[in-house]
Design a protein around this ligand. Structure first.
Ligand SMILES: Nc1ncnc2c1ncn2[C@@H]1O[C@H](COP(=O)(O)OP(=O)(O)OP(=O)(O)O)[C@@H](O)[C@H]1O
Length: 281
């Protein structure tokens, strides 16, 4: 359990073709408290993954500072476990071997096996230790990826749309799974999503990001008791509050992408306060 401190971070990408640079966000500051579950929510292209990659040490900020505990982040490290949309398992290794592969090589084989088994048990995959990735469903592969990230005993878990490629039922099951893991391990979690309902179901706080200029639009504290009920009036109200702002951000992105083809009337029908938008944007 560790605090993540993001201080006045800027990320600018050079655009060689147009000979000009492109700033995704600047002066972005955010503190994720130890053991807190924070979601980054926002329209496509607002920089959610970029920010997560900077915290992971997979990308460098142009300026500003990121600290995990007392450590200033410059590169990837075992204090941060990362889970992506694709599990990226090694097909020639079993479930157990995939997790063991990530464990510190200094650990003795028997100990590593025990350690990996413990985390696979946590994600309810004890029965599949000797299965190969092609024998698993998409949701099970993601659970292996979560076990693999946890097996390094990171202080912080960084998750980039980990359930984005899964069907609705599997996604709902994994929401329960991730809540259980979070409660069991007390990890600090930074979670990227563009699904409003997912962010309300899971988070202590939701950081709503926008584009042009990019950065944090608003931070919501989700005070609802867990497990959260999407049909409750409080849940629906929060969903609508977020959608009211996010809808405007999505319109901005669409206008920019579609230029003259953009039909604002059509877009407001599609991206207005319709509750179904909470499912997936
Ligand atoms: N390596 C790169 N070089 C240039 N531009 C980049 C690079 N990586 C990302 N970008 C740009 O930075 C912006 C933010 O991208 P990012 O992937 O972080 O957004 P996002 O909010 O995670 O989007 P999505 O929800 O679609 O995954 C986008 O406009 C993207 O095109």
């Amino acid at each position: 359990m560790e605090r993540v401190m993001i201080t006045e971070v800027e990320k600018t990408f050079p655009n060689k073709e147009k000979n000009q640079s492109f700033t995704v966000f600047k002066d972005l500051s955010l503190t994720v408290e130890p053991g807190e579950f924070v979601s980054l929510l926002g329209p496509s292209g607002c920089g959610k993954s970029t920010l997560l990659n900077i915290v992971a040490g997979l990308d460098q900020s142009t300026s500003g500072k990121v600290k995990v505990g007392d450590t200033t982040i410059k590169e990837p490290g075992s204090d941060r476990g990362v889970v992506f949309q694709e599990a990226a398992l090694m097909p020639w290794l079993t479930v157990l071997e995939n997790v063991m592969f990530a464990i510190n090589k200094k650990m003795k084989k028997e100990e590593a096996k025990e350690h990996a088994t413990k985390y696979l048990k946590l994600v309810h995959l004890s029965k599949f230790l000797h299965s190969y990735p092609h024998e698993l469903s998409g949701g099970m592969k993601q659970r292996v990826a979560i076990a693999r990230a946890l097996s390094m005993d990171p202080k912080v878990l960084l998750m980039d749309e980990p359930f984005g490629a899964l069907d609705e039922q599997t996604r709902m099951m994994l929401h329960k799974e991730v809540q259980y893991i979070w409660e069991e391990t007390k990890k600090t979690i930074l979670f990227v999503t563009h699904n409003i309902r997912e962010s309300i179901l899971l988070s202590d706080r939701i950081v709503l990001m926008g584009t042009r200029p990019g950065g944090i639009r608003k931070i919501y504290t989700v005070d609802l008791p867990r497990p959260r009920v999407p049909a409750s009036p409080e849940f629906i109200q929060l969903e609508q509050d977020i959608m009211a702002i996010l809808g405007g951000e999505i319109e901005k992105v669409m206008k920019e992408e579609m230029g003259d083809d953009f039909n604002s009337q059509k877009a407001s029908l599609l991206y207005g306060t319709d509750r179904n938008m909470g499912n997936h944007i």
